[in-house]
Design a protein around this ligand. Sequence first.
Ligand code: 5GP
Length: 120
Amino acid sequence: MSYDPSNIFARILRGEIPCKKVFEDEHVLAFEDIRPLAPTHVLVIPKGPYISVQDFAEQAGEAEIVAFVRAVGRIARERGIDATGHRILANHGADGRQEVPHFHLHLVGGRDLGRMLPRE
Ligand code: 5GP
C-alpha cells in the first residue's frame, strides 16, 4: 500500500483544511481531534508521508523520530496529563480500524479512561 497524499491529515499539513494546532516544529504537527473522546484528545503526526508505525520506524530519519517522541512527551506534560495519567495509541489497518492512512498517535487523558479494551 502506498501513501495516499489526498488523506485528510496530508491536507491539514498542506494547509488545505484548518486544525486547532497544539504544537508544531520542523518534523511534527499536533492538533486537537475533531471528535474528542476525552478532555484531552490530541493527534500527533509526523510531517513525512508515513502510513503506519512500521513505515515510520523503517523510513523516517533519526531526527524525525526523536522530534516525534519528544513532542508527545512535551504535549502530555503541557496538558498536565503526565501527572494524572493518559493513554497513547495508534490504530493500524483493518483490525485496528485506522481511519486516516497517515501515521498518528492519539494522546488522550483528562479523565479515567477505563480498561484498555473491552473483553470479548
Ligand atoms: P484513526 O481511526 O485513523 O486512528 O483516527 C483518526 C482520527 O482523526 C479520529 O479520531 C477522527 O476523529 C480524527 N479526524 C478525522 N478527520 C479529522 C479532521 O478533519 N480534523 C481533525 N482535527 N481530526 C480528524
